[in-house]
Design a protein around this ligand. Structure first.
Ligand code: SF4
Length: 322
C-alpha cells in the first residue's frame, strides 16, 4: 500500500474509533472501500448488521435505498451516505404513485417489494424481500394472505425468479423494471464465456435476464454467490448438487470479483460481462468516506410516518426468515 493511502486509511480508522462509527459496504463497492469496511455483504446482511451494531454512526457505502433501509431500522442512529448521488436507478422505476395505481387495479393482491425500492414505496407493501429470499418470501406471503395474485416490483427479472416458487400469479410492477447494470449481461456473453471456459460453473444473480437465468448452474444473491464458490473450495455440496472444478463464470456487477478473489483464493473467476458496472455503487471513495466521518454528513433521513410503515414491511420479512 502506498504511504499516502496508508495514512488515509489510518486516519479513517482513527475517526471511526473517535466517533464510534462503523462502515458497512455492499459487495459491489470499490475494492479499497470493501477493504476498510467492518462488514461487506448483500442488502439483507447489511440490513441485519445495521440492526445489530452498537455504533452510533453508520457510514453506509451502498446506494440510497440501502441506506434508507438502515435508517428506517435504526431511527436512533445516524446513517451517513458518503456520496448522496449514489441513487439506484432501479429503485427510481417504482414511484409510490405507480404502485398505488397497481394496487387499485388489483385490490385483492398481496404486495411484495424488492428491497431495491424507495422508502415511500416500501410503506405501501405487505412485505419486503431481497434477492437472497424472494422465493421464500412470495411463498410465505401467498400462504399467509391466501393470495392468488402478488404485485411484485420493481425488478421483472427477480419477479421471474420468484414466480418459480409459487402458484400465485406474480404481476411485475412496473411492467419493465430492471437493473441497467445486470442488463449488460446478455445470452451471447454467457455462450462466449462457456465456450472459452467449458469447465467453469455459472453462478448468476437473479437480476439477470430470464434467458441467462435459465442456462446457469446457480442463481443466488451476491453473498449467496460467494458462499457457493467458497463451499466448492471446501468440496462441499451446495443445495444438493455436487460441484466440481475450480473456475466460475460470474453473472453480476463486477465489484463482487474482489470479494470472491479474497475469500476463495486459488479459484478463478471470470465476469460474464466486464461492462456490468454500477456507476452509482462506485461513487463512494476513501476521500468521501473520510469527509463523511469528519462532517457526519450527508445524513439519510426518512420521514417518520413513511419510516414506520416501511419498517413494518421490512420487519415482516425478518419475521418470516426467523
Ligand atoms: S447494481 Fe442495479 S440494482 Fe444494484 S444499485 Fe446498481 S442499478 Fe441498482
Amino acid at each position: 500500500m502506498r504511504a499516502e493511502r496508508r495514512e488515509q486509511v489510518e486516519k479513517i480508522e482513527r475517526l471511526k474509533r473517535r466517533k464510534n462509527a462503523i462502515i458497512l459496504a455492499h459487495n459491489y463497492q470499490r475494492p479499497e472501500v470493501q477493504d476498510i469496511a467492518e462488514f461487506v455483504g448483500d442488502s439483507l446482511e447489511l440490513a441485519r448488521k445495521a440492526v445489530a451494531t452498537t455504533a452510533e454512526i453508520i457510514i453506509f457505502c451502498g446506494v440510497d435505498f440501502m441506506a434508507e433501509t438502515a435508517a428506517v431500522l435504526n431511527p436512533e442512529k445516524k446513517v451517513v451516505l458518503p456520496d448522496k448521488g449514489a441513487v439506484c436507478p432501479m429503485a427510481q422505476q417504482l414511484p409510490p404513485a405507480v404502485l398505488a395505481a397497481a394496487k387499485r387495479e388489483h385490490p385483492d393482491a398481496a404486495v411484495v417489494l424488492y428491497v431495491n425500492t424507495l422508502a415511500e414505496s416500501k410503506a405501501l407493501a405487505d412485505c419486503i424481500c431481497t434477492s437472497a429470499n424472494a422465493q421464500e418470501i412470495v411463498r410465505a406471503v401467498a400462504k399467509a394472505k391466501d393470495a392468488s395474485t402478488i404485485l411484485f416490483g420493481p425488478d421483472r427479472n427477480l419477479a421471474y425468479h420468484a414466480q418459480k416458487a409459487t402458484a400465485a400469479k406474480i404481476i411485475p410492477v412496473p411492467e419493465y423494471g430492471l437493473c441497467p447494470s445486470h442488463h449488460q449481461i446478455v445470452l451471447q456473453d454467457l455462450e462466449r464465456a462457456k465456450a472459452e471456459h467449458p469447465q467453469a460453473k455459472v453462478v448468476v444473480h437473479p437480476e439477470c435476464i430470464p434467458e441467462v437465468q435459465d442456462r446457469t448452474d446457480f442463481i443466488a444473491s451476491t453473498s449467496g454467490m460467494v458462499k457457493i464458490c467458497r463451499q466448492q473450495q471446501a468440496g462441499e455440496e451446495v443445495e444438493g448438487s455436487a460441484v466440481a472444478g475450480d473456475e466460475f463464470l460470474i453473472g453480476t456487477e463486477v465489484g463482487l470479483l474482489h470479494r470472491l478473489e479474497k475469500e476463495a483464493p486459488g479459484k478463478r473467476f471470470y465476469p460474464l460481462s466486464a461492462t456490468a458496472v454500477c456507476p452509482q455503487m462506485k461513487m463512494h471513495t476513501l476521500e468521501k468516506i473520510e469527509a463523511a466521518l469528519e462532517s457526519e454528513e450527508p445524513v439519510v433521513v426518512v420521514e417518520r410516518g413513511v419510516a414506520e410503515k416501511a419498517r413494518r414491511a421490512i420487519e415482516r420479512m425478518l419475521e418470516i426468515l426467523g
